[in-house]
Design a protein around this ligand. Structure first.
Ligand code: GCW
Length: 723
């Protein structure tokens, strides 16, 4: 009852918010404002008049509520709701099990192959009336189909003759929240954690429902609600009760809850003398703990684990392998059908080896040693979510192990919440990369979706950029990265610009000039960020610890691999990290075909030049310029592109809502300042090594290097807690 009341309240807010309040971004891409184009409106109204569910369930109720909300808003109609077909233009919704009418349609062959989450949207005549059928094998598919249908209306697509089949290519499509129990969010730039632990389990913030709706609308089906830098307290009854309350909210939306497991929990919580994964008492402890979790959350998804990485405890503390650790948890989760997502993000300052090689060196020998319900979760690149990295060499190198992709949606290294950087092109660059593991066409996407190496268990994780800011993600356009992540987890083959188009149409406007302009800004934004931060393959030269702004001068820190000089290796001869046979030979971790692309400094694609090579300042680039000149040009080009983004955005005044127009305008102003700051600081710093002049015609920095070096940001958001 209370639930129902809450839901009605939320819908009320959603429906009426635009009249009473500014467009503040709360509604994300689920804005259902009236369609202005009268022709389209008329056409839609003809085709959509009623909604029929023959049988209801909590998930179907959500689908019906969403449709009613959307049809009220977009078309201004109150559809007739019934459990039988009486009107032309009925949307008939259900599964063959829930709906005798659908079961009678002879579509079973179309449904096979769509799995438990795929759906069909069809135009068909039922009981003599022209109807739109939204159906699936299971309820979750029906919900996804409903959101898909609503998207068709939001983006003004034809609906007269529908025949759509869609199924996710990846099984586990998961958000990883790096949320701490005190509600701070590691690398979070959108306020505090959504999870109000203090008021849970009794108070269910309406945002939990809206969060679930947003995820369901793009097919996200799992959420790890606690940070990988895990706190064992999350596994205690006091917290499990709260976790259960969230799981109950999310369940009808098709979303499972997962937790991060702290490897030393048996020691911390119950004073066991060890957390050795082969110790019987430790194994029993986890078995009992996991059984206990399932009494709270019967469909608990499982654990993500960060072990022996950046100070986190793990099996290596006891001279055991990552596989020993993962399998201990997997064994206890298996009877409940839970999974382990064991992260491969490991590197050790004590190991005298290029950091980019370490995960591969540790994990490759373990191929085939993991239990069947373990996935190894690998970041897209071998260092750490940089503006540009080559794909991680583990992709394609562990054929016997299901590898899960980990992307970072939150913009830790890409401008945080002050910069507009659309990440789909970054995600795609990795997914579309060819590993050559099984010959040409062995794309990373095929490793991830299980087709290359024949795995059933598949997954993608995205480190969430969501917080309790009114607009969820801090920067209004950062929502597009949440959206794009979900869409690509459903189908890694989708194109970045197509996803941008969908998102803009739903989130801003269907006006062609608006769509074109915002899409162009989004599509240019990532490359611009690469250029003004880390052009030509540079990486990890951000400010120390908070990673805000430039810090190429960072040196003398507790660990060499936490300094910038480790990565750029600039000296009077040149710049870049030699990773070919004459250097660390990290390139040797890739297939020979990939090595052939990057090995020769004269042929290496320039976007990865300084990733793989230490290059002389005088090296001739494709443009005919010297490396030094080219570096300066790239830094300038990056900042100039932001100026272009500003001008393009300004032309939208009056064409998008005033509130977000102003927000984005002022944020772009900050982005330009930050781009110039990056450019000037880096050019001045690298000039101390090249000893060359900034090319004529390029604007000279107006401040000194010393000025940039002394800037401090003690309170930059998202810093890792130090406990
Ligand atoms: O990107 C780095 C971040 C850490 C993070 C770590 C990881 C959760 O700077 O804040 O810790 O990666 O992925 O484990």
């Amino acid at each position: 009852m209370i639930l129902k009341y809450l839901r009605t309240t939320i819908f009320f807010l959603f429906t009426f918010a635009p009249c009473a309040f500014a467009e503040d971004g709360y509604r994300l891409w689920l804005r259902y404002d009236r369609i202005e184009d009268q022709l389209i409106l008329k056409e839609y109204k003809k085709n959509v008049q009623a909604v029929t569910f023959e049988r209801k369930s909590p998930t179907f109720q959500i689908a019906e509520d969403e449709l009613v909300l959307a049809l009220n808003g977009l078309l201004g109609i109150n559809p007739v709701l019934s459990n039988s077909i009486r009107h032309t233009g009925t949307i008939l919704i259900g599964t063959p099990d829930s709906s005798p009418l659908i079961a009678g349609l002879n579509i079973m062959d179309k449904l096979t192959g769509l799995g438990t989450e795929g759906f069909l949207i069809l135009t068909a005549t039922v009981s003599g009336k022209k109807c739109i059928i939204i159906t699936a094998n299971k309820e979750a598919g029906v919900l996804y189909g409903t959101f898909y249908f609503i998207r068709l209306l939001q983006t003004h697509q034809p609906i007269q003759n529908l025949s759509i089949a869609s199924a996710p290519k990846i099984q586990h499509r998961i958000l990883n929240h790096w949320d701490n129990l005190d509600r701070t969010v590691e690398r979070g730039y959108a306020g505090f954690s959504l999870w109000d632990w203090h008021k849970l389990p009794d108070y269910l913030d309406p945002r939990y429902y809206d969060y679930a709706r947003a995820n369901a609308s793009i097919g996200i089906n799992g959420t790890v609600i606690t940070s990988v830098n895990a706190n064992a307290q999350a596994l205690t009854p006091a917290y499990l009760e709260k976790v259960a309350a969230l799981a109950d909210v999310f369940r009808p939306y098709g979303i499972k809850v997962y937790l991060a497991a702290r490897f030393s929990a048996p020691v911390e919580l119950d004073k066991l003398p060890t957390a050795d994964p082969l110790d019987p008492a430790v194994r029993d402890w986890w078995k009992n703990k996991i059984d206990e979790i399932y009494t709270y959350v019967p469909d608990f998804g499982g654990f993500v684990v960060k072990a022996n990485s950046e100070g986190q405890p793990g099996p290596q503390n006891y001279k055991r392998s990552h596989a020993d650790g993962a399998n201990m948890l997997a064994d206890a989760l298996a009877p409940h059908h839970g999974i382990v997502m064991w992260r491969a993000f490991v590197y050790d300052n004590e190991v005298p080896e290029d950091r980019s090689k370490q995960a591969y060196n540790e994990f490759k020998p373990l191929d085939g040693k993991f239990d069947p319900n373990v996935m190894v979760q690998v970041k897209n690149g071998p260092i750490d979510f940089q503006p540009r990295e080559p794909f991680h060499p583990l992709f394609g190198a562990m054929p016997k192990t299901p590898l899960m992709m980990e992307f970072q949606i939150t913009q830790e290294y890409l401008g945080q919440a002050t910069q507009l950087v659309y990440l789909a092109p970054l995600f795609k660059e990795c997914l579309d990369a060819d590993t050559y593991a099984e010959g040409k066409g062995s794309y990373v996407s095929k490793v991830i979706d299980g087709t290359l190496e024949n795995h059933k268990l598949t997954g993608m994780a995205g480190v969430a950029n969501i917080g309790n800011d009114r607009n969820w993600c801090g920067h209004p356009v950062a929502q597009s990265n949440w959206y794009a992540y979900g869409r690509l987890a459903w189908d890694p083959e989708l194109a970045s610009d197509a996803i941008a188009t969908e998102w803009v149409r739903q989130t801003f406007s269907n006006r062609p000039d608006v769509v074109k302009t915002i899409r162009a800004i989004m599509m240019a934004s990532r490359e611009a960020a690469v250029d003004y931060m880390t052009p030509l393959g540079l990486h990890h030269i951000m400010g120390y610890s908070h990673h805000y702004g430039p810090g190429p001068w960072i040196t003398d820190k507790p660990r060499a691999d936490w300094t910038s000089v480790y990565y750029h290796q600039a000296n009077s001869e040149g710049i870049g990290f030699e990773r070919t046979t004459t250097g660390s030979n990290a390139l040797g971790q890739y297939a020979p075909e990939v090595q052939a692309i990057y090995a020769d400094v004269d042929k290496c694609p320039e976007e990865y030049l300084l990733w793989f090579h230490h290059v002389s300042w005088d090296h001739r680039m494709k443009s005919g310029r010297s490396l030094w000149d080219e570096l300066c040009y790239r830094y300038h080009e990056g900042a100039d592109t932001v100026a272009w983004m500003q001008r393009s955005w300004d032309a939208l005044e009056g064409k998008v809502d005033a509130y977000r127009f102003q927000q984005i305008k002022s944020l772009l102003g900050i982005q330009y300042k930050e781009a110039v700051w990056w450019r000037n600081a880096c050019v001045l710093y690298f000039q101390t090594f090249s000893g060359k002049e900034i090319p004529v015609g390029l604007e000279k920095p107006d401040k000194t290097l010393a000025y940039y070096e002394q800037l401090q940001f003690r309170y930059a958001p998202g810093i890792r807690p130090r406990w």
